[in-house]
Design a binder for this molecule. Sequence first.
Ligand code: BTN
Length: 320
Amino acid sequence: MSKSKQDILRLLKNDEYISGQSMADQLGISRTSVWKSIKALKAEGYQITSVPNKGHRLIAPPGYINQTALEVLVEHSEVFGHIEYLQTVDSTQNIAFKMLDTYDGAFIVVSEEQTKGRGRFNRNWASPKQRGLYISLVLRPNVPLTDIIRFNLFISLAISKSIDETFNLSSGIKWPNDIYINNKKVCGFLTEVVSEGNAVNAVVCGIGINIFNDAALSSLPRATSIEAEMAEGEGLDTDIFMKHLFRNLEHYYGLFLKHPFTAIRDEWKAKSIIFDKYLKISETGDSFMARALDIDEGGFLEVVDENGRLRRVISADIEL
Ligand code: BTN
């Protein structure tokens, strides 16, 4: 993309109307050049509204999700009965929790931006506007609390397969909740549960996927985006991704409800990136190096540490 189009995109990203004159002044170019670049950006698929006496405003980059298309997906979904589509929220997880009493079935919350996106271990999840997918799934499986680790295995496979099928990439699963491409994290998910004793009332599974390149992401070591990993010139269409994601989520969630982990074990292991490597495993208050051996029926990771001791890991932070 030419330098002037990039500069104009940067100014348009402020999400407010900006006049052609103001852009020309800030960039030291003529109004005609501004106008030409905006025309070219529109031709590339950027949704830009231009209003006389107000200026121009970027609505969405090409390939960003379309609310109507998502609503149609939910209409045809066998699992989800409602979608809440929002422009900006603190966290889709928070919205999903607030809505638990409003909808008794399964539903999905999607936002174009999060101001307080959160990850596992209360880490921040960078969620710049229209740069990624920020989704919370609310499901109500009739399963014991101990099945949630198994749930994560099925969901990780659904996400990883959707990425590969849509974008022609080869993603891998980093147990328990991350999806990597070329040794960099492109997606993480966070499964939070409302339970009574050992019974699950609701699962709120928040999925964050970095789609477009962004300064906030580039500053994170070992993070990447779909756009950064895709071959140049290949179209990036998040609507198609959402179609694959819905289909795979419905399929693997259905399997999760009826089958043990063995039903997907081979498929899952073929996508796992943690085997045959030394890993740094951090559990609360404990950190050690170990080699991953296997995943057991319940979804626990079996490792052998440096002293040759076999250990079962439940939900740790893992560094490759
Ligand atoms: C992680 O890798 O630690 C999990 C990241 C989960 C991020 C998603 S984005 C949608 C949902 N809302 C949040 O605040 N977090 C999850």
